[in-house]
Design a protein around this ligand. Structure first.
Ligand SMILES: Nc1ncnc2c1ncn2[C@@H]1O[C@H](COP(=O)(O)OP(=O)(O)O)[C@@H](O)[C@H]1O
Ligand SMILES: O=C(OP(=O)(O)O)[C@H](O)COP(=O)(O)O
Length: 407
């Protein structure tokens, strides 16, 4: 699949103010970045624009910013790490207003090839997340050209992803996508549009409501759909099984029944767990040493909840992966943060690492699981976006892609 949108290769950045929306939403612990994947992934576009002599103005959100602007969600640590990675100064605009006097001055002082990072765009609250016109225009006022390279946020129709493009276009500026966007869309697009078969899709994790919606579309594309993690129990319950206190979305039971029927009708395999590791309660803290037992899925005790796939399921899933030529994986098979409940996720990650299939991992937690287990470099592509990659696989149009100029 080739992306029919203008990219950074189609612009002349020399001497121009280029606003680049990145996804620098990195995990932080006590102010320290614990995973720099998203910063590293943004470097090719930034380096290209520096080399071309553009004035590179970066922006991003960080975290959910539920309680207003605060130092804990400032992009300051990102500015520092980015500066180390680029080997050059990154001027950080610490102003919680994001745009405004400090930002305008910093941009006015830029020379060709300089880099400025604006403060967390979510510090503007609903103006950012509701795609506010004023904030969109203020962002556009800072630049001549806009580049969206925030794949992980490209499913959000926010001011810094979508709204800004309208105002750039209104003054005759170009809106393009960066190298990371291009790479992600090409990998994910090819995987679902022209997959080398058998094509196996694996879904797990806890965002049941979000992820169930992708199933209908994936069933049409894949040969085998594997369900694990928290979303398996809604399916098991839809089949009439007792699932105890496991994670279930009761509003999706009919949908799951429809999906089981759809798989049948299309002649696709839809694999569900046959055994599961259960406990009396969700571990707290998450890595607590809790007593567990393994039961068959038709024997889940009413007062227990499933927290990992069992060994028989792990073997079944690993077998399905072995013969695959394309595998897309989103969401862990269990509560992998706890070593006692990580075995199912490890088994699937290992099966993916050992196959010669094209393997594509989407989702922060799936990527973290694969990297922690040391299998990162065995995968063909690890996506920087969880929600974004799923919405793309669902067949939805991503606002961050839509907003760019057509080629
Ligand atoms: N059976 C389960 N019950 C509850 N939570 C689960 C279960 N299996 C996995 N999880 C949790 O799902 C979380 C990841 O889900 P999600 O955010 O949907 O995945 P991703 O970030 O890969 O998209 C992990 O924190 C994991 O502990
Ligand atoms: O981390 C992100 O999404 P992801 O957890 O789905 O990969 C993106 O930065 C989007 O963040 P958001 O879900 O707060 O809009």
């Amino acid at each position: 699949m080739s992306l029919n949108k203008k990219t950074v290769d189609d612009i002349n950045a020399k001497g121009k103010r280029v606003l680049v929306r990145c996804d620098f939403n990195v995990p932080l612990k006590d102010g320290v970045i614990t995973d720099e994947t998203r910063i590293v992934a943004a470097l090719p576009t930034i380096k290209k624009l520096i080399a071309d002599g553009g004035k590179v103005i970066l922006c991003s959100h960080l975290g959910k910013v539920k309680n207003g602007p605060n130092e804990g969600e400032s992009l300051a640590p990102v500015a520092k790490r980015l500066s180390e990675k680029l080997g050059k100064e990154v001027v950080f605009v610490s102003d919680y207003h994001v745009t405004g006097e400090e930002a305008t001055k910093a941009v006015a002082n830029m020379k060709d090839g300089d880099v400025v990072l604006l403060q967390n765009t979510r510090f503007r609250g609903a103006e950012e997340t509701k795609n506010g016109e004023e904030f969109s225009k203020e962002l556009a006022d800072l630049a001549d050209i806009y580049v969206c390279d925030a794949f992980g946020s490209s499913h959000r129709a926010h001011a810094s992803v979508a709204g800004v493009t309208k105002f750039i276009r209104a003054k005759g500026g170009e809106n393009v996508v960066g190298y990371l966007m291009e790479k992600e869309i090409n990998f994910l697009g090819n995987a679902v549009e022209n997959p080398v078969r058998p094509f196996v899709a694996i879904l797990g994790g806890a965002k049941v409501a979000d992820k169930l919606n992708v199933i209908s579309n994936l069933l049409e594309k894949c040969d085998t759909l594997i369900i694990g993690g928290g979303m398996a129990y809604t399916f098991l319950k839809a089949q009439g099984a007792e699932v105890g206190t496991s994670l279930v979305d009761d509003t999706k039971l009919d949908y799951c029944k429809e999906m089981l029927a759809k798989a049948d009708k299309l002649g696709k395999k839809l694999l569900l767990p046959i055994d599961t590791v259960v406990a009396s309660a969700f571990p707290n803290p998450i890595d607590a040493e809790i007593p567990v037992e393994t039961v068959d899925c038709d024997h889940i005790p009413a007062d227990k909840l499933g927290l990992d796939i069992g060994p028989k399921t792990a073997e079944l899933y690993a077998d399905a992966v072995k013969s695959a030529k394309t595998v897309v994986w989103n969401g862990p098979m269990g509560v992998f943060e706890n070593p006692i409940l990580a075995k199912g996720t490890i088994a699937v990650a290992k099966a993916l690492a050992e196959t010669d299939a094209t393997t594509i991992i989407g989702g922060g937690d799936s990527a973290a699981a694969v990297n922690t287990l040391g299998y990162g470099d065995k995968m063909t592509h690890i996506s920087t976006g969880g929600g974004a990659s799923l919405e793309f696989l669902e067949g939805k149009e991503l606002p961050g892609v839509m907003a760019a100029d057509d080629k």
